[in-house]
Write a protein that binds this ligand. Structure first.
Ligand code: NI
Length: 389
């Protein structure tokens, strides 16, 4: 079987649609894991469970000695109601593969299928580890997998991954030379004032006014403290306070997220947030508690690995189809694999405006041009072949 022949293309589509129709949320990917195991076993790939965790590890042992390359695919879906009217529409109410993880999973299974059925695995010097990772959307799966030793025994030398990108036309590949994603942290600010009648504000301390000042003041961190050549994001996505139009409440609660590309910038943002909160306490007489939750570090590709994958993609698709692209301010828990081992995650174009396939990730209308499946398989098969022969 060839990865460009009809049967392979058909198999990839059927497999992807099966995952798409049965999406499961983070940490609930039981049926998905069973389906992956079934396919791996049918391909004669060694299957390993992750004690107490959904997700699967597949291992293909090469004949000769060499490196072990891991291919990582995330497998979870999102709490979104699919609005596409397609035959393979999600059959789970309120759950949808709106981030293309069904595609990533299918591509890595397709790589295994090709390597096994073409007899390529038997000629490899080294091993391939297939990491089917749960709970990427919650940002916890990579950490939990690594804690269970998936990068050891046999020791993984490099990790490759992909993410579909509807911004890029199908047939093209985008590579981040180093940075691919920002860090993501979370915070909660509780402001305690003093409740009063809405008609007599001077008898209370208004936490809503203090919270509104906080939101306004933090805008100056990006515009006036961060160097204009750097990037950071502060978003307050939740502001909860009050219960009636004529009552000044006791408390307000604000929740937000911070994104940054550089550790120094991230720290500067956090320091300035704390200073602004101190200032608000002083000027409004409220008392504040600030809870900072460290989320995901920035995702940094290893330059040797990213340029290797760039060259492979250019070889497979033609150099005009591959480009270096800027990072995004989203986060990706592949960052944790990239901290542990030289790694790279590449973007596979899956958009096709003519077919109406240009809805963004996490949209209820998100869908891919399925040509991306065989393209992903070709790129990663070639990468494995080049790395392990
Ligand atoms: Ni995703």
């Amino acid at each position: 079987m060839n990865y460009t022949d009809e049967r392979m293309i058909e198999w990839l589509s059927v497999t992807r649609r099966e995952f798409h129709m049965h999406p499961e949320l983070s940490h609930e990917e039981r049926e998905t894991s069973e389906r992956i195991k079934g396919i791996l076993r049918s391909l004669d790939v060694e299957v390993h469970d992750l004690q107490g965790l959904t997700g699967v590890v597949g291992l293909i042992r090469g004949k000769g000695r060499g490196e072990t390359i891991a291919l990582r695919a995330d497998i979870d879906a999102l709490p979104i109601q699919e609005l596409n009217e397609v035959v393979y529409k999600s059959q789970s109410d309120g759950v949808m593969h709106a981030c293309g993880h069904d595609v990533h999973t299918t591509i890595m299974l397709g790589v295994a299928k090709y390597l096994q059925e073409s007899g390529t695995s038997g000629k490899l010097k080294g091993n391939i580890k297939l990491l089917f990772q749960p709970a990427e959307e919650k940002g916890t799966g990579a950490r939990e997998m690594i804690a269970r030793g998936v990068l050891e025994n046999p020791k993984v030398h490099k990790v490759f991954a992909c993410h579909v990108s509807p911004d890029l036309p199908v047939g093209t590949v985008g590579v981040n030379r180093t940075q691919s994603h920002a860090s993501a942290d979370w915070f909660t600010l509780c402001i305690k004032g003093k409740g009063a009648h809405g008609a007599r504000p001077s008898e209370g301390i208004d936490p809503i006014v203090a919270g509104a000042y906080f939101i306004t003041a933090v805008q100056s961190i990006i515009s006036r403290n961060i160097p204009p050549t750097e990037t950071a994001v502060i978003t307050v996505g939740r502001f909860a306070a009050g219960s009636a139009p004529n009552v000044i409440p006791e408390k307000a609660r604000l929740e937000g997220t911070i994104r940054a590309f550089l550790g120094d910038i991230r720290n500067q943002v956090i320091d300035r947030l704390r200073e602004i909160i101190n200032g608000i306490e002083g000027s409004f007489g409220v008392s504040c508690s600030f809870d900072f939750h460290e989320g995901m570090p920035a995702c940094i590709n290893d330059e040797r690995v990213s340029s290797f994958l760039y060259d492979i993609a250019a070889y497979v698709l033609g150099s005009e189809k591959v480009s270096y692209i800027p990072p995004v301010t989203g986060s990706e828990d592949f960052a944790l694999f990239a901290i542990e081992r030289p790694s790279a995650i590449i973007r596979l174009g899956c958009g096709n405006i003519e077919k109406g396939l240009d809805h963004p990730l996490h949209s209820p209308y998100f869908d891919v041009d399925e040509e991306v499946l065989s393209i992903g398989v070709r790129v990663f098969v070639e990468a494995i072949r080049r790395a392990l022969t």
